[in-house]
Design a binder for this molecule. Sequence first.
Ligand SMILES: [Ca+2]
Ligand SMILES: [Ca+2]
Ligand SMILES: [Ca+2]
Ligand SMILES: [Ca+2]
Length: 135
Amino acid sequence: MPETEDSAEIDVTIETEVVDVDGDGVADIVSQTTTTTIDVDGDGVVDIVEVQTITAIDVDGDGEADIIESTTVTGVDIDGDGEFEDDEIAVEEIVAVREGLAEELDEADTEADAVAADTEAGDEDTDDADDADGG
Ligand SMILES: [Ca+2]
Ligand SMILES: [Ca+2]
Ligand SMILES: [Ca+2]
Ligand SMILES: [Ca+2]
């Protein structure tokens, strides 16, 4: 396929990041960033940039992603100055949660709360120390 110089040029870069949070050898967070740059008029200056980040999070560690987050940042250089100002950038976020996960986390949450309440008690008599400093 011959290259045509005066037409749009599209460049796609994909980066994948894998994070094993608890170090058990199973990936817990997989993040993939796709960067697309488009030079619409072919003058060598990028006119449109789209960065899509998809993050899959395995909350319960069974190897299946439970939460999928997708963030898309689109910059369109409307005035053609080569810079992407705030009003030329749009951000779209989508979060998808596996069915049934909310209930599972809810149960785990209630247990955690009970423990937290226990450790917080008995912290109040230290307040008196401030009053002795009157002067
Ligand atoms: Ca892990
Ligand atoms: Ca251009
Ligand atoms: Ca999972
Ligand atoms: Ca601009």
